[in-house]
Design a protein around this ligand. Sequence first.
Ligand code: SF4
Length: 706
Amino acid sequence: MKQKKMLSLTLSQLKNLYQQDFPELVEIATQSLSANEFKDRLSNLLTEQKTASSAISEQIRILIDFDGKCIHELSTGQDIEIQTIGLLWHFLKDSLEQTDMRTDLFIDLYEMLSAWKQVKKRENLFSREELEKACNRWPTGLDPEVRAIRESNKERILHVLIQRIENRKSKIPGRFRFEEGLSYDEKYQIVQDWWNDFRFHLSMAIKTPSELNKFLGQSLSPKTMYMLSYAKKKGMPFFATPYYLSLLNISQEGYDDEAIRSYILYSPELIETYGSIKAWEKEDVVEPGKPNAAGWLLPDGHNIHRRYPEVAILIPDTMGRACGGLCASCQRMYDFQSERLNFEFESLRPKESWEHKLNRLMTYFEEDTQLRDILITGGDALMSQNKTLKHILDAVCRMALRKQKANAERPDGEKFAELQRIRLGSRLPAYLPMRINDELVEILRTFKEKASAAGIKQFVVQTHFQTPLEVTPEAEEAIRKIVSAGWLITNQLVYNVASSRRGHTTKLRQILNRLGVVCYYTFSVKGFDENQAVFTPNSRSLQEQHEEKIFGYMTDEQAKELYRLLETGCNTAENIQTFMKKHQLPFLATDRSVLNLPAIGKSMTFQLIGLTPNGKRILQFEHDGTRRHSPIIDQMGEVYIQENKSLAAYLRQLIQMGEDPEDYATIWQYRQGETESRFSLFDYPDFNFESTDKISNLEVGSLSNH
Ligand code: SF4
């Protein structure tokens, strides 16, 4: 049966299908007097059916084993009783038509049983040609048709900007004001010039629903306007620059902008939940003097986040606590809610006390035995002004030198890890590429020269392009400039529904690779309710990994060759292009698809252990065994996560977006995942000394303390 039809069946139609395809299963369900008896009989049936798939027999046994058990769901902290097989028994035995039971659970189980009985053989896996076809559906921001639409968007927005400046001219401080006596054409010319200045976009950023609608040619629906007004009433910030809004397509013709639109316009679920959003990453909840959920002791002040031994995140008390836009699925929404991150630029200017604090934070890195990697982010690291950023980078450089010098006094085996990698986390190459100005590039270039002498070897701008539509001529120029400073650009994207459509991520990888950007992570959206609308089930990530990303996989030899080419940071874009051509690779599959799990970090190693009554999968995760973790990991039991959307609901959403669910029909079979290995470029280089095993700043007590 076609997926579309299957997704629209009623409960009784679905039951008829079970009767037709699995009569023996229906028979044992009808004969069983209890769920336990049904489970026993089902177990026997699994043993008897010699021709059935043994892997799926094993999967069904896992569902049987977990049935009736209570698990602790880590993201919500709730205990859930699993009753997958018990519900199947009810469904097959009784009539559930009068209940509010949905079909999603039984569709997923039907797909599993079909595969078990090998009722329907699926033509697995996309071919390279099919992938190419799917990929070609997605235009990039460099395509002439897309550029033409954006030019006319820009023109419309320039007129709105003129009005806005005129209406507010007496109140706007600073540079973006019209002098008296200018003609309209002169004003138009001036605003056109200002368009190339990132400060203009920040000062003209859109913060209210009515302004947004004006900038989007009054194209927002009454429902969207209602929801955005509700969000405003709830105190939820909104922030979008004129540049970013010019990337949306407000006409009925031309490109599908859902990947951009759903990234800045909030879903009803997000708005509803705002105010009671919990921290997904438990390590982000820090109480003074107490270790965080991963056991790390941190300096006071919410500036350092840490999960792993080697790396810590630095969030400065600067403009870097803001962003160039507010992403609807931001993993730091909890921090925006608590206003630690915000868009009040005046209040974010560094205070005098920041200087002292920065020194204290650098001392933390300096005196830590294991830290060798600093990720400066926010918010957005490049939202900090050039002067402020330079100041922070200089402090990092001095700290790296001090760490190196102190090591000279320590014997081998007792030496501390020295700083090897610095990363700046920024989505501005996508949100506001004009921010990458010459002065910034010079700061990056000079820092690299100085910091190389202090032992730092890896200089990375970790950016976030979500869709090929964000790769505009302006973004291309920003990328070119960063790469010219000898910094590597890595990309991580959030695998939300719009970007999970067949071929979309492949196209993004292709265009970014061509410009010299290497992909790093493809993150599953976290499973909390606020992200319900944009959540893509992890099985789709696995499907993408096995059926699409696979075409960009490299052999070990090829990976080593690429590593050597990229290591120096010279001619990155040209080197990648030549390499891809030589090995006939359509793109470089250097990114890992992972879910950022509360407390245990990034992983895609999981097993399906149950389904909720509305068909959401419950997964048992293991941490990524290929990297070092805090020793607290040894104390953690199994990690269970309930996804926040059923596969059926996801496929229905894709249908709404115009996708053919048949193209995704193999999604059901991905019930088990394994974390991909890391591309060697993202490994730490070896030290030329023996470092200590001692771990400082760690207090691993009982987990019940957290
Ligand atoms: S740029 Fe990053 S921190 Fe800022 S809103 Fe987007 S995801 Fe969140």
